[in-house]
Design a protein around this ligand. Structure first.
Ligand SMILES: Cc1ncc(COP(=O)(O)O)c(C=O)c1O
Length: 401
């Protein structure tokens, strides 16, 4: 069955008791036992819950995995994966471009516990190979990355890491399983901020970890219960509902992102556009080979000052200035001041993350409205010399017609 069909039908049959076509929410903390310690598969909802179990089965299926565990946030899922595989004296290798919360978790929680965090350029496989040593347990990447939409060759990286006995974790939040299945490309674990496209409506905070091999997954599952960072049954139900339209939503998100990226690329107030679907993107060929769509996110560097970037981001009518992404509603952010602010300024600069970088998460609104909103804001900025020349040139072209 195809992705769009599985997202609706897999493990979601009509309720045999009532005929309800939508599976019910098991909104309960505990379950009556037949005899002490003897139950029907569920004893307490932190440990397991039928609605959560259903969501985990669906996520495992959509990611082509065998096991999934969902958590109360993406960072809670990351925490469990890191704790399951890192011990004092071991190390993790990450790329320069990384979600700020992951950076904070690694440097402020795991580094003080005695874990080493090594940064490497994941587009240079020799450099990455050299960064993985005998202490490396995990090679961790996002692809596309947050916020600069860098794309890395997951299959090649998995080959490199496995030859050195390290596991590969891919944060698949930006691509979603609709466009990319990292486990098929050789990754050992996939993590998600379910909060984003999977739930999709800016109303659920949730995370997930998915794997095929029980040897890689079992400790993560143990920690789900032992640490207790689990989502409510209602939130799991909302995600199941969101997943049913993931395929449709991603198609529109990606179409909107492309239209926006192409428009921005031709605007004089835009210094650089980051979108893997543009042929000029350095990771375009890799993205075309390992993804079935280029995703719904776009980032760009404004030709102007940090103050102008902030003013632009705060003044859009349709793009809400807000953290997060992957919602039906368009969102805009300035990562250096928002989602990645927990990274010290000098490190941010070394990551290539200026405060003129703007991240866009187009919703599923009509592309014409989103493009118009952005162009209006860019045109309203004081024109630069280049912009004035461009406007004059466009003016002459119009006069000529
Ligand atoms: C790529 C990525 N991974 C993980 C997270 C963390 O997820 P959550 O906010 O659900 O904890 C985020 C949040 O923005 C993210 O963008």
């Amino acid at each position: 069955m195809e992705f769009a069909t599985r997202a609706i039908h897999f493990r979601q049959p009509t309720d045999p008791l009532t005929g309800a076509v939508t599976p019910p929410i098991y909104q309960t903390t505990t379950f009556e036992q037949v005899a002490p310690g003897e139950h029907r598969g569920f004893d307490y909802s932190r440990t397991n819950n039928p609605t959560r179990q259903r969501l985990e089965a669906v996520l495992a299926d959509l990611e082509h995995g065998a096991h999934a565990a969902v958590f109360a946030s993406g960072l809670a899922a990351e925490h469990a994966v890191l704790l399951a595989h890192l011990t004092p004296g071991t190390s993790i290798v990450v790329p320069h471009d990384l979600y700020g919360g992951t950076w904070r978790l690694l440097h402020k929680v795991f580094a003080p516990l005695g874990c080493r965090i090594t940064r490497a350029d994941f587009s240079d496989l020799d450099a990455l190979g050299a960064a993985i040593d005998g202490t490396t347990r995990l090679v961790w990447l996002e692809s596309p990355t947050n916020p600069r939409l860098q794309v890395y060759d997951i299959r090649a990286i998995a080959g490199l890491a496995h030859a050195r006995r390290a596991l590969v974790v891919v944060d698949n939040t930006f691509a979603t399983p609709c466009f990319q299945q990292p486990l098929d490309l050789g990754a050992d674990l996939v993590v998600h901020s379910v909060t984003k496209y999977l739930a999709g409506h800016s109303d659920v905070i949730q995370g997930a970890a998915i794997a095929r091999d029980p040897a890689v997954f079992d400790q993560v599952k143990f920690l789900q219960n032992a640490l207790g960072g689990v989502p409510s049954a209602f939130d799991c139900w909302l995600t199941l509902r969101g997943l049913k339209t993931l395929d449709l939503r991603m198609e529109r998100h990606a179409g909107n992102a492309r239209r926006i990226a192409e428009t921005l690329a031709g605007h004089p107030r835009v210094r650089r556009v980051y979108y893997p679907g543009l042929a000029t993107h350095p990771g375009h060929d890799i993205a075309a080979a390992q993804m079935t769509g280029f995703g719904g996110m776009v980032a760009f560097e404004l030709e102007g000052t940090a103050a102008e970037a902030s003013r632009f981001a705060a003044s859009r009518r349709l793009f809400a200035l807000a953290e997060s992404l992957g919602s039906v509603r368009a969102l805009i952010s300035v990562p250096g001041l928002m989602t990645h602010a927990s990274i010290p300024a000098d490190v941010r600069r070394s990551m290539g993350l200026p405060e003129t970088l703007i991240r866009l998460s187009p919703g599923i609104e009509h592309p014409r409205d989103l493009v118009a909103d952005l162009v209006e804001g860019l045109d309203a900025l004081t024109p630069t010399a280049a912009g004035r020349a461009h406007a004059a040139c466009v003016g002459r072209a119009h006069a000529a017609c």
